[in-house]
Design a protein around this ligand. Structure first.
Ligand SMILES: *Cc1c(COP(=O)(O)O)cnc(C)c1O
Length: 242
């Protein structure tokens, strides 16, 4: 590990927090409403540890194997307390691995996956699991997430499951150089939240979270109402592989 890594991570974290603060101020929002999740995929445990030492308290993994590998070292004594969310494509056979280490699954994109999670939580005898419904707001073929047209129905079904707690929505957003197009995808997620909250369907009243915005576009997401931004590159630098 290069000697300056902890200092670099701390400085980058600070820069990202300032960006969030500035974006919140610009949108007339309280920056305390916006949580920063660090997307730690591909990062070695020393790097993740440096981010926690610098004050990060919420991490997201999108590969079950990496989540399981960093679980034990990050559970050791002396590691600052933090929350771990799962933010990637979740295969059915990895559900138990993810449940072991994550307190929220942000990538629920089908009734099938929701049902599997619900059953696994029940079998484990655990408290209900927080989940977000992931929506493909940009309707891009390469993205995961439920079709926006199906999102309300999916969220309603998730809300009805006994062992899951619907906390809101997540999206990756449009991958576009046009800020207006990115904004449209984030506005779409905000509208879905408004729709589900207005529905008053059982188990949906806690669906306030909007997890949206990444290193390149968090300002747009904050302006559109993000309650959580997921940042990787801006804190850790470019990844060795995607
Ligand atoms: C990697 C990742 C991010 C962070 O992306 P950056 O552009 O590196 O900030 C956010 N969300 C998800 C789901 C990711 O996989």
């Amino acid at each position: 590990m290069p000697q300056d890594l902890p200092a670099r991570i701390a400085a980058n974290l600070d820069t990202v927090r300032r960006r969030i603060d500035a974006a919140a101020a610009g949108a007339g929002r309280d920056p305390a409403e916006i949580r920063l999740l660090l997307a730690v995929k591909t990062q070695p445990v020393e790097t993740i540890r440096a981010a926690l030492d610098a004050g990060a308290d919420l991490l997201g993994h999108n590969r079950a194997q990496e989540l399981a590998a960093t679980g034990p070292p990050l559970a050791e004594a002396g590691v600052p307390p933090h929350e771990m969310h799962f933010i990637g494509h979740l295969q059915s056979n990895k559900v138990n691995q993810v449940l072991r280490w994550a307190t929220c699954v942000q990538s629920v994109n089908s009734v099938r996956l929701a049902t599997r999670l619900d059953q696994a939580v029940a079998r484990a005898g655990r408290a209900p699991l927080d989940v977000l419904v992931e929506v493909n707001t940009a309707a891009e073929a390469t993205k995961t997430g439920a079709d926006p047209a199906d999102a309300v129905e999916l969220a309603t079904a998730v809300g009805a499951l006994e062992h899951l707690r619907l906390r809101g929505f997540m999206t990756i957003g449009a991958h576009s150089p046009d800020p207006a197009e990115v904004r449209r995808s984030y506005d779409r997620l905000a509208r879905l939240r408004a729709e589900i909250l207005a529905s008053a369907a059982p188990g949906t009243q806690g669906a306030h979270a909007l997890s949206m915005g990444m290193s390149g576009d968090l300002e747009i997401a904050v302006a559109a109402g993000a309650t959580m931004v997921r940042v990787g590159t801006a804190v850790f630098g470019a990844r060795p592989y995607p």
